[in-house]
Design a protein. Sequence first.
Length: 190
Amino acid sequence: MTYEPPRPVRGLLLTPEDKEAPARVHRLRLLGLVDRPDPALDVFADHLARFTGAPYAMVNFIGEDHQFFAGLRVPAAPVLREDGSRPEFGRVLPRDHGFCPHVVVRRKALVLEDVRDYPRFAGNPVVDEYGIHSYLGAPLIDSSGMALGTVCAADTAPRAWGRSGLETIKALAADLVVRLERSAEDGLPL
């Protein structure tokens, strides 16, 4: 008799424990970045979407029980679900939706060319609810070493982001952190 590992249950995804969440929320408050959309971050997300050619792009700050898209770019006409309805993509998602909470806890960029190829991620609610099939994200790590959130792009089709995509998202994340901290220090908008 051979051992067979348990099969992943569709829709079941274990989001990693996030011990830094209370400190992150405190740091986000100090920077003035808690749960408020920012037009400059929407522009950043739009630039990221255009640059990568992805229909979705976000600047995402991770709280204790939710995530908030302070910068958001979604397609004008979202992809239809199998039942013919259109998903509504808001600025707040539960912490167990999507891939950004994994990036924040891991503190490393994440490239998923086809999320359905990874049992750990294939059952994520954003796959079924929004049709997300590929993801590219990098953590926003500030000068204190805190992972505040992510910048990410996502697509409804599998795609090869490549080494250049990975390097680009990491560079954009590092640049945005500098801008966020400078803005908070100077008391000026981004």
